[in-house]
Design a protein around this ligand. Structure first.
Ligand code: MV4
Length: 448
């Protein structure tokens, strides 16, 4: 007997296919949902059943909670997988799913809410022994307190919104004179953007790497980690290329970080998939945020550990135990993911339109997670990700060579894509050395 007989996938595109693939291998039937703009989408074609949940605008379809719950109940689904983005980190949605007798394939609503507030997330982690960036002890209520904290830890400082994350709602103060203005602006912007004006302060790290740790917990007190990913290569907070493991981190550092993080999550009973985000500079990790969802870049972790993380998410949601411990998780070789978006590779202008030629790369160690096909029209209503190309190699050098080869093999016309940009990154000595920080990509793009 499969753990569930039918799952509704509350998402679109490649991640909807990714979840379907896990379901199919587990003998679980799938329900796709789609907007009117996605009637011809691959995630609809490949599902066992599909339900149209509304018009093109995401707020009326993929974010429409009553429509999603109705679709699940009408089709007799037993569980809902939210994918990433959309409602994946919405505690109210998780609660609504559970209130209708369905399983939410993700963490408890309490933990989603807890981590959605960055101040609570940091306080919780700090109390459990996870290292933080030097900064304020929780919320900074007024300008006087902001100046006091900044004077104590020293400028530059970053003023961050409690309800922010992923780069939204941050202001730098380079000197003490800038603190008042930065504080007032950050607070006003946070209130307007999130309906929550709480802010906190951190020492601004000037050249960190962005390293994140993948974890899974079950309902029975077991938590394991699957190592780290390096996500430093971002432009305007959009990741372009991710690696597992991080070129800057040693085996010992990974083990140490993993021990600290899993011990902390075990103490508060975290369940399902999660990612702890850290900044890494001068040999030190500092926790900044936790994501309570499956992430876009999860395949690089799957490639080096051999574990199907979506299958694990589904088993956990059904109440199964992990059935293995940390010692059973091994790390093999190196993996790289290139996010291929329908954008101009020089200007990053969106390039929606009709895909003409589509020929996927293949061969040893090559994986393509994509929902596009020849003749498919990339809609302009959603994010521009059209394919994730993931490669595995025994070493980082082998993975880089394999990614170059696979990108060159990829035939994709009709839309502009970031494939040429990825090829340039892979050939750059700075990237090849592995010694890059979060600022590397913006400088690389500006150099041209
Ligand atoms: C920081 C930082 C430097 N110092 N915090 C941006 C996204 C959000 N998750 C946290 N971010 C940052 N927090 C301190 N104390 C620099 C960034 C940052 C960044 C972090 C990760 C990846 C890319 C980034 C690009 C710009 C700034």
């Amino acid at each position: 007997m499969p753990v569930f007989s039918k799952i509704l996938i509350a998402n679109r595109g490649e991640i909807a296919l990714r979840v379907q693939r896990a379901c199919r291998e587990m003998g679980i039937a799938t329900v796709a949902v789609h907007s009117t703009a996605d009637a011809d989408a691959m995630h609809v074609r490949l599902a066992d059943e599909s339900v149209c949940i509304g018009p093109a605008a995401a707020r009326d379809s993929y974010l429409n909670m009553p429509a999603l719950i109705s679709a699940a109940l009408i089709t007799g689904a037993e569980a809902v997988h939210p994918g990433y983005g959309f409602l994946s980190e919405n505690a109210d949605f998780a609660e609504m799913v559970e209130a209708h007798g369905l399983a939410f394939i993700g963490p408890s609503p309490t933990h989603i809410r807890m981590m959605g507030d960055k101040i609570t997330a940091k306080t919780t982690m700090a109390d459990l022994g996870v290292p933080l960036v030097p900064g304020s002890d929780g919320e900074v209520p007024d300008v006087e307190a902001a100046k006091r904290v900044a004077a104590e830890i020293g400028c530059p400082v970053l003023i961050k919104a409690a309800a922010g994350g992923g780069g939204r709602g941050m202001k730098v103060a380079r000197t003490l004179d800038e603190v008042e203005e930065a504080f007032r602006t950050a607070r006003a912007e946070a209130g307007a953007a999130f309906g929550n004006n709480a802010v906190y302060i951190e020492k601004y790290l000037d050249r960190p790497r962005h390293v994140e740790l993948q974890v899974l917990g079950d309902n029975h007190g077991n938590v394991v980690h699957f190592g780290e990913r390096d996500c430093s290569l971002q432009r305007r907070h959009q990741k372009l290329l991710e690696e597992a493991g991080s070129p800057g981190i040693t085996r010992e550092e990974r083990d140490r970080l993993g021990e600290i993080a899993t011990a902390a999550l075990t103490k508060f009973g975290y369940r399902n998939a999660g990612t702890l985000e850290f900044l890494y500079q001068d040999g030190q990790f500092a926790f900044i945020e936790m994501n309570t969802r499956l992430q876009v870049e999860h395949p690089v972790t799957e490639m080096v550990t051999g574990v199907d993380l979506v299958r694990e998410q589904i088993r956990i949601a059904a109440g199964e135990t992990l059935g293995y411990g940390q010692a059973d998780i091994s790390f093999n070789g190196h993996a790289i993911e290139c996010r291929i978006t329908a954008e101009d590779p020089e200007t990053f202008a969106p390039s929606p339109g009709k895909v003409e030629v589509f020929h996927a790369p293949g061969g040893l160690g090559v994986r393509l997670d994509s929902a596009i096909y020849a003749g498919y029209r990339v809609p302009s209503h959603y994010d521009s990700l059209v394919a994730k190309l993931i490669v595995h190699g025994r070493s980082r050098a082998e993975a880089i060579a394999r990614m170059r080869r696979a990108l060159e093999e990829f035939a994709l016309s009709g839309i502009r894509t970031t494939i040429p940009l990825h090829l340039r990154i892979l050939d750059d000595p700075g990237f090849r050395s592995g010694e890059y920080t979060i600022h590397w990509l913006e400088n690389f793009v500006a150099r041209r």
